[in-house]
Design a binder for this molecule. Structure first.
Ligand code: GLC
Length: 738
């Protein structure tokens, strides 16, 4: 091990300084209690607070009594939680309560759309309501702390965890992050109807090379600060209680040992006062990364960088902090003041959660305060409706008539309960999931005949059921073909090199389409899919992601026009995997793609994506006009007011996501061709026109200059607005020095 002195002499000073400044920002009562408790704690008890175990696999009740456990994950249910909490608070020397964390990513018992789908709603208010429901359901079952929101920006759909975040844009991602933090945490963490949130995976995890999970991440500080950090900063500004440090290395320094991000940015720049938990044995994995000779050095590097708690996981190795921290302190390789800072942070969140006063789950309380089932289902249904993106609707095939004589419902996901929840569901119950077939049956008139055929499985090459499906399609008035991925094909450790529909699903679509019966494809998937083949053939495609409990009802609502689809893509859909990474807020390059040979293009594919970021059709059409900007010449520091008129020109009411993009035409650093800065979702009745007004500040025009200082430069800026990134009204304004 290198001489540790240089490792953390400075950190101790900085951390010490930071701790002092932070103390004054806290509630004095809590800080005093923490200080007096800390003074009584032994070294073993302090290390215990920094240790989280996954269930009881490698933990004895005696370890809890000895104060060697601060937290659990994967313990669910009020009875199990209260039993372990009783040992900690009534049978240990100091009675410090345990904090129980779980992955409540998109619902607990009520399952909402996967976060990528929820982001497609562009409705932060509704996302917040869903998070609040999840918080209450989880709290009632003993969970104090969720490992959510996942706020990793992702530009690579080969990465299965793109399903868990809000897609490719830092502004939309920031809005969704803040909404979830507020939904989970409310305004008072001690409120039993709230749980602590955890922004993860800090940081850069979504930029894994090749879209291969846990793979190398290497990026400039500018890209880190302008694209990957903003949703974390938004989470901190929203008051997030914790962050989770990621598995990946970040430009050579693993995220779970990265002082620059964990202390310099998170603590010194953002003044974050919660605690950081590592991802599952991410500290122990520093040895694999090759920056720690053993778990002792791994522990030293992680805590010196700013990781407060070791999510030991169920590794036989028994984790790093519990195995090494005490020895590091007794051998003076780690200062006890640095250890105390981490313990202080963990105790601070436990106090804020009210765990010292109310350590047990009061199940009777939740009987009165659980949201009504009808309310939870209504929010789940509405978010599922608003998450859906209409990708294609030739000849206005949709909405389908409810009085059709016969509708064929076909496909491996048409009468499927298991996959509707998507990856990272929690405590959903299959019997509470509503498949597409059921939703359609309940939506149509009694005279409409609904028949089902599976057609094929999600994976595999078996076409044995094609015939039955084709014959059903031939004798039906319309076909709803539900295709996609299984829930296991996205999420963690689910990277794919080929993003086509798996198995023989595309062949099935082609055969069904050949029957000539009007065909609607409904997609259920956790990532953008390269569906160019079917997109070229079939008349209508609805992206439904994994919609959760209310899947069948929400899909039927959209298919039959009870809800006019309003979703917009939070992530670009490539034509093929070879285009990846392809995203909207790219730089212009010195040779922007064109028909000219020597430009940034492919010889075997268009450069443009299949469907762009921000794209989504409606059953009506919206017209944009009168884009105005005030003042046309603005000074640095001014507020710039933008307005645009939006009219519903169709005969169906609908919601439109009015998007506002900027472009800095000329700057000292190359700037994206467009960047989302505002959006507003509005409802418009047929013929109705509304004026949508936005305000931006020069902060919205800033970027990181050549010396990595945030700056705003005078010059010409384009303002673009519309319902997607390819059909935009544009104007411009001039920014001048003060
Ligand atoms: C997993 C995931 C993380 C999750 C944690 C606990 O490996 O990376 O997102 O919260 O472990 O389950």
């Amino acid at each position: 091990m290198n001489s540790p002195a240089k490792h953390f002499l400075i950190p101790v000073l900085l951390v010490g300084l930071h701790a002092v400044t932070t103390v004054f920002a806290q509630s004095p009562q809590i800080e005093e209690k923490i200080d007096s408790l800390l003074a009584k704690m032994t070294l073993v008890e302090k290390v215990g607070q920094l240790t989280q175990y996954s269930g009881m696999k490698y933990v004895s009740e005696e370890m809890i009594r000895e104060g060697k456990v601060g937290s659990f994950l994967n313990v669910r249910g009020a009875e199990a939680v209260n039993r372990l909490q009783k040992i900690a608070t009534e049978e240990s020397r100091l009675g410090i309560p345990l904090i129980f964390g779980n992955d409540v990513i998109h619902g607990y018992r009520t399952t909402f759309p996967i976060p990528l789908g929820a982001a497609a709603s562009w409705n932060p208010g509704l996302v917040e309501k869903a998070a609040r429901i999840a918080a209450v359901e989880a709290a009632a079952a003993g969970t104090h702390w969720t490992f959510a929101p996942m706020v990793d920006i992702a530009r690579d759909p080969r990465w299965g965890r793109i399903a868990e975040g809000a897609g490719e844009d830092p502004y939309l991602g920031s809005m969704m992050a803040a909404a979830q933090v507020s939904g989970f945490q409310g305004s008072d963490l001690s409120d039993p109807l709230t749980i602590a949130a955890c922004a993860k995976h800090y940081v850069g995890y979504g930029a894994a090379e090749g879209g291969r999970d846990y793979n190398t991440v290497d990026m400039s500080e500018r890209l880190l600060r302008e694209v990957y950090l903003p949703p974390y900063q938004a989470s901190v500004k929203a008051g997030v209680a914790t962050l989770m440090s990621a598995f990946n290395d970040l430009s050579g320094v693993p995220a779970s040992a990265n002082r620059f991000t964990l202390t310099h940015v998170l603590r010194d720049e953002w003044d974050f006062d919660g605690f950081v938990v590592s991802d599952y044995n991410a500290i122990g994995e520093l040895v694999n990364h090759g920056i720690a000779a053993d778990k002792k050095e791994a522990a030293l590097r992680a805590i010196s960088a700013g990781v407060d708690m070791d999510m030991v996981g169920d590794t036989l190795a028994g984790g790093s902090y519990p195995a090494a921290l005490a020895e590091l302190v007794t051998k003076k390789l780690l200062s006890d003041s640095l250890l105390d800072v981490s313990v202080h942070r963990v105790l601070r969140i436990k106090y804020r959660l009210g765990l010292f006063k109310h350590p047990y789950v009061d199940t009777v309380f939740y009987k009165d305060y659980m949201f009504a089932r009808a309310y939870r289902d209504s929010i789940a249904r509405q978010l599922a409706r608003e998450s859906m993106v209409l990708l294609k609707n030739e000849h206005n095939l949709l909405p389908l008539g409810r009085n059709l004589k016969s509708i064929a419902v076909i496909g491996p996901l048409a009468n499927n309960r298991h996959d509707l929840a998507g990856p990272w569901s929690a405590e959903e119950r299959d019997e509470e999931m509503i498949p597409v077939l059921k939703g359609i049956r309940e939506a149509v008139s009694p005279g409409t005949k609904i028949e089902f055929a599976v057609g094929c499985e999600i994976k595999g090459n078996d076409k044995g059921n094609f015939g039955e499906a084709i014959r059903l399609a031939e004798r039906s008035d319309a076909v709803v073909l539900v295709l996609g991925e299984s829930k296991e094909m996205s999420g963690e450790a689910a990277s794919r090199t080929c993003l086509n529909l798996p198995g023989v699903q595309e062949d099935l679509a082609e055969e069904i389409n050949k029957t000539g019966t009007p065909l609607v494809i409904v997609l259920m998937n956790g990532r953008p899919l390269t569906i160019s083949r079917i997109a070229a053939q079939v008349p209508a495609i609805l992206e439904a992601w994994f919609p959760g409990n209310q899947a069948g009802n929400a899909i039927a609502d959209v298919l039959f026009g009870k809800y006019n689809p309003s979703g917009k893509l939070p992530v670009t859909f490539p034509r093929n995997a070879g285009q990846i990474p392809v995203y909207y807020n790219h730089l212009n390059t010195g040779r922007p793609p064109s028909d000219e040979k020597y430009t940034s293009r492919y010889i075997d594919s268009p450069v443009s994506p299949l469907y762009p970021f921000g794209y989504g059709l409606s059953y009506t059409t919206f017209n944009y006009s009168n884009l105005n900007i005030e003042p046309p010449v603005a000074k640095i520091g001014d507020t710039i007011r933008i307005s645009v008129k939006v009219k519903n020109e169709g005969s169906i009411s609908g919601a439109e996501v009015v998007q506002l993009y900027i472009r800095d035409r000329l700057a000292s650093i190359s700037r994206p061709v467009m960047a989302l800065r505002r959006f507003e979702k509005i409802d418009l009745a047929p013929g109705e026109m509304k004026t949508v007004a936005f305000e931006i500040t020069t902060e919205d025009l800033s970027f990181y200059g050549v010396d990595m200082k945030k700056i705003v430069e005078p010059g010409m800026f384009d303002i673009m607005t519309g319902g997607n990134t390819t059909a935009l009204l544009t104007t411009s304004f001039k920014l001048v020095e003060k």
